[in-house]
Design a protein around this ligand. Structure first.
Ligand code: ADP
Length: 499
């Protein structure tokens, strides 16, 4: 394994931790209970800060602030153009602080600094500009109803939106949630993930510095079953959006239903296929399949974690996939040239190692990897399994780690059937030069995104979300606006007899 940039001499993160308290009504405040919880550096497992620990009382305070900001304004009452301008100012300020935000993201999450700075922050900024562009382009309809009536629809913000985000893309998913919701004029309470509370607070502070009025965006740190569930079940929250595991998604749905039937958007887990057809350029397919699986340490809901390879190229693909995994440089995510950082925490590391054991026990072939690197931090070898069968747990359960499972197939109809035989349906990758094969696969695969001969294209305008148990609703693009608007039909009689 290439652990050249070893994990012992670590780079000191080029950023300070300035914000650790809840951000409620434009002010940083301690938790009502006074409690804090530690947050860690995944490179070492050491505590880097103590963060205010939110409970029901903190959520109540944040929801009250958001309610007041919604009911009294100015945010929902501003012209859409004014909202758009503030969002553009926010995008500029976030862009200016991109390097610091990226460094803090790497420090708290373990993802590659280059990836945070060059891919994720630009996506954040672009997405804000995209939705700033939408804010003043949300048109209503005039409806041609029967009878003597003038009928129109108003598209109004829903109100106070609760948004719960996970730890794998703390900033990126923060932007996917708050961008469209703010553009539509809602006010928000965001609950960040307990593993990665730091960057959401920093970003939210920049939103205020750029001109967002107090109370519009409130950020509470804390644990899911306490702060998260208080938000999902709050009677004064009008909408809840969640990204995380399918198991927790089900809980959120229930809490929303049991409380006030607030509408729910869920972006959940996946077990996405990557299908390499017989006509593929094997070297390119290996590279794409590799990144589609190992990007972000494999901690992606849309990781293409079942690599289906046509039997005619299977042996060559396998050999090259293994060589690619062995070459991947594991080490300090701040270092240039490092390609894989640590997993987020010991719980995830243990979970992934458990999946690897299960793969070995059911006689999949461990081609490479499978072990922890060093004793400090949560580093794991890039792992490749071959001889994987559809009914093995490693081919069914979401592993959420750097584990590629390679399966063999014979023909297109067969691979569609097998790829669809999962409770998930988030994404799929297809690699072929044949247009007919691409079309057949694209139509046959039951997934919210199909990337053909490419992977992980996350443009702000492209909708993202899941079929089946991978989610409810779509985020990004025009589709996210529907999540944060409701429709009011307005009917006025027309007294002109000519009508
Ligand atoms: P993971 O297991 O990968 O941490 P989760 O889906 O549990 O993923 O977490 C995603 C987000 O959901 C986090 O912000 C977490 O705090 C929150 N969460 C976890 N459990 C609950 C719950 N019971 N109610 C509300 N939010 C929750």
């Amino acid at each position: 394994f290439n652990t050249a940039a070893q994990v012992d001499e670590l780079i000191t993160p080029p950023v300070e931790i300035r914000y650790t308290k809840h951000l409620i009504n434009g002010q940083f405040v301690e938790a009502a209970s006074g409690k804090t919880f530690p947050t860690y550096d995944p490179r070492t497992g050491e505590v880097i800060a103590h963060v205010s620990e939110g409970d029901e009382e903190d959520i109540n305070r944040a929801v009250s602030a958001a309610r007041k900001a919604f009911d009294e304004g100015p945010w929902p009452k501003m012209t859409a153009y004014e909202r758009s301008r503030i969002l553009l100012q926010i995008a500029d300020l976030v862009e200016k602080h991109s390097d610091e935000l990226a460094a803090l993201e790497t420090w708290n999450n373990g993802k590659l600094y280059e990836q945070a700075a060059k891919i994720e922050l630009p996506i954040f900024v672009r997405l804000l500009r995209y939705y700033a562009g939408w804010a003043d382009k949300i048109h209503r309809l005039t409806v041609p109803a029967d009878g003597n009536y003038h009928v129109q629809t108003l598209h109004e913000p829903i109100g106070v939106a609760g948004q719960i985000i996970p730890w794998n893309f703390p900033l990126l998913l923060f932007s996917w949630k708050v961008g469209p919701a703010l553009a539509c004029g809602n006010t928000l309470v965001v609950k960040t993930a307990e593993q990665t509370p730091l960057t959401g607070l920093f970003a939210a502070q920049l939103f205020h510095e750029a001109g967002l009025p107090p109370g519009v965006l409130n950020v509470v740190s804390g644990f899911g079953p306490v702060a998260g569930s208080a938000l999902a079940s709050h009677m004064d929250v009008d909408k809840i959006a969640f990204t995380g595991s399918t198991e927790t998604g089900k809980i959120i749905y229930q809490l929303a239903a049991k409380s006030n039937l607030k509408p729910v958007t869920l972006e959940l887990g996946g077990k996405s296929p990557f299908i390499v057809c017989e006509d593929a350029d094997v070297d390119k397919a290996v590279e794409l399949a590799h990144f589609a699986q190992f990007f972000n340490q494999g901690q992606c809901c849309c990781a293409r974690s079942r690599t289906y390879v046509h039997e005619r190229i299977y042996d060559e693909f396998l050999e090259k996939a293994k060589a690619t995994a062995l070459k991947r440089v594991v080490g300090d995510p701040f270092k240039k040239g490092v390609e894989k950082g640590p997993q987020i925490d010991s719980k995830q590391l243990e979970k992934i190692l458990g999946h690897i054991r299960s793969g070995i026990e059911c006689n999949a072939t461990l081609e490479c990897g499978g072990e922890r690197i060093g004793k400090k931090g949560f580093f794991l070898q890039p792992t490749v399994f071959s001889n994987v069968q559809d009914d093995m747990l490693i081919a069914k359960d979401e592993i959420f780690g750097p584990v590629q499972t390679i399966l063999k197939f014979k023909d297109t109809e067969e691979v569609i059937r097998r790829a669809n035989k999962t409770r998930y349906g988030l994404a799929a990758g297809v690699f072929t030069k044949n247009l007919d094969t691409a079309n057949t696969l694209m139509r046959g695969l039951r997934a919210g995104t199909v990337w053909i001969n490419c992977f992980n294209v996350f443009d702000a305008a492209i909708p993202f979300g899941g079929y089946k148990m991978s989610g409810v609703g779509r985020e990004k693009g025009i589709y996210s606006l529907h999540n944060y608007l409701q429709v009011k039909a307005v009917v006025t009689p027309l007294n002109d007899p000519a009508w």
